[in-house]
Design a protein around this ligand. Sequence first.
Ligand code: PLP
Length: 370
Amino acid sequence: MSVYFDHNASSPLVSAARQAMAAWLEGEAGNPSSVHRPGRAARAAVERARRQVADAVGVVSGELVWTSGATEALHMAVLGCVPRGGHVVASAVEHPALFGACQVAEARLTRVPVDGEGQVDPEAVLAAIEPDTALVALMAAQNELGGLLPVEAVAARTRVPVLCDAVQAFGRVPLRLPALGCRLAVLSAHKMGGPQGVGALWIAPGLRLWPTLVGGGQERGRRGGTEGALAAVGFGAAASVVSERLAYMPRVAQLRDRLEAGLAHMAGVVFHGRSSRRLPNTCAWRFRDVPGDVLLEALDLEGFYLSSGSACSAGAVEPSPVLLALGLTEEEARQGLRASLGPENTEVEVDALLAVLPRIVERIRGSGPC
Ligand code: PLP
């Protein structure tokens, strides 16, 4: 059996994207900047894909800039908006790419703490803004916990541009970027059924950024480099069927609830972020006295693919900063687990996971401290 419960890491390619990319590969290869026929065809494909993504998030296509993914888009937004040494306010649970971009920009960063459920208080975010704050970063949905952060409540009450990481929200909850009130937003195709290696930065009208990648003037001077037409075509196709994906989400939420109901009967289970407003597909928890990476390895051998609250960094297993931000100890954070579901998951898969977990957990607990 092979059960994939790691959609927040990467969600499988939807058939619309696969078909669009296969059809594109069959055609002539041209550079979208070339004026001959193959070039014009490539330009038409790239612009059609841009419109498809723009339509899916309620913006005008010319406001979207292609990137290699959300990591690059976050860097473009931060480096484009924040002068060296400038001040940034961000929730403590933003993606590491946001914090990395702030480091590259040598920004002065205020991390706004979250409560034990991973929620940030909009008043605390607003209170952290200083006269020279250049950017406020608040994600729409947290990737490890699934919690929805109060982007609208903050954006409505500040003139400082708000950068919204909408990567996990796209395709899981209805998303209209202008309605959030943010002025910058990042998307990534591979979290919503598109291919890996392509994302987009939305720049609201009137906002100008210093370019980060300067080259051949592509993307109207906002990002140099030949557009990745194949990946863009796949992203566009996945975006064009996003309403179908959203229609599945109530069923995905039922599966997630079924999983949580089963877990709640097991000994030593502690849920994370379960009581906050959250994505329909994400379940975060830990088993007391069970290191998450050991459990993940055992589940992998049985064909279940989940994610843990730890990441391997320089050969050592580091506890997740997000779980530490909830107030967990390092040992507790290392016990963190995440199941993130998608439209193709089934009740049979959920029940199969619930059936194998007690045996594996008891075996690990019985083998003593690791
Ligand atoms: N932001 C969030 C919330 C994510 O979950 C991820 C992916 O892990 C990223 C940013 C980075 O995305 P990409 O893989 O497209 O660079």
